[in-house]
Design a protein around this ligand. Sequence first.
Ligand SMILES: Nc1ncnc2c1ncn2[C@@H]1O[C@H](COP(=O)(O)OP(=O)(O)OP(=O)(O)O)[C@@H](O)[C@H]1O
Ligand SMILES: [Mg+2]
Length: 381
Amino acid sequence: MLSPFTFGRTVRGAMFTDREQASAKLRSNFENRINTTLISPRRWGKSSLVEKVATQVNGKKIKVVQLDLFAVKNEEDFYSLLSRSVLKATAGKVNEWMETGKKFLKQINPTFSVGIDPTQDFEIKMSWEELQKNYKEVLHLPEKIAKEKDIDIILCIDEFQNIASFEDPDLFQKRLRSEWQHHERTTYCLYGSKQHMLMELFEKQSMPFYKFGEIMYLPKIEEKYWIKFIVSGFERTNKSITEELASQIARTVSCHPYYVQQLAHLTWINTSKKATVEIITQSADDLLNQNAILYYKETEDFSSTQLNFLKAVASNAEELSSKETISRFNLGTSANVSKIKETLQTKEVIDIQMGKVEFIDPAYELWFKKNVMKINLPNKP
Ligand SMILES: Nc1ncnc2c1ncn2[C@@H]1O[C@H](COP(=O)(O)OP(=O)(O)OP(=O)(O)O)[C@@H](O)[C@H]1O
Ligand SMILES: [Mg+2]
């Protein structure tokens, strides 16, 4: 029997839980042509959510085009991925892809070549010289196709923050923004795994993408959904877990979607029929052990005051820059504390939610408490 839990890839169907409000909101934005930026800490479920809503709205009148900038290192790659994906998603056959490409990329005049599977695959080559002069043709490609076909195109771009590492990121962002803002039939959904970088791109007044559209902050999935999800996953596969223990799984990793799935999976693997507290504790240890090398490395890179600061956070110290906390944890000065906060936020180790400093990675926090602070963790919820 396959595990009813999964992590490390986008989830759908029975593996996907909750997100009703966020799905409805994103769907409505797609249908009403509202550009959206989706922001959350790592692995909270952005890509899964976009995929889900994309499947819901994709049809005759709306075509969703999904790009992932994961491997895109420069402007040239960006243009070629964009044209290829838009052509492929909006036309039925290779011939039509090429014809449309030739028609709307006249100045650039790309060359097309058919890939291994001629019904599915084609490559598009554009000279960098022409692109520099005529990049607007590529940026307008989706809009032109949408208008011609009388459809709406939703362009979803994952790992969007990668554009910040292109050669001249400011110029490139200005180019995108100044063309995209005139599009009527193309709607943009931008997201990525580096929360801090995305916030810089979209929240800073001085940046080209400031107020480009709606910023949606994806919340965590609440415990009550996890309980149902975990209990039914066990039941479907002829094992059982009580609601209390399912809740313990969710709470151990602070309802972090990726880790809840990972811990639920390990518990499921370690359970032959009925889950117990001991099995969950053992599985949580397994989870930390699997990640230990990574955590050691991460910890080695911190300065001693940064470590002290994290100890204060892990101890739930109130008022991190108060005199008392500073002297108890040996944090130097309050200016020092602000600097540490900023650095650890940029490194995406901590996040500040409504004024409260939290570890972004709840499993790292557990490991940190256990190995750096030597706190024995309680077994019972
Ligand atoms: N709606 C959901 N229901 C159940 N599990 C989910 C859900 N969303 C995410 N997860 C869990 O979290 C993991 C990460 O999801 P996903 O890749 O969609 O997140 P992400 O925010 O795009 O991550 P990254 O920041 O790394 O790009 C999934 O593999 C799955 O285990
Ligand atoms: Mg993602």
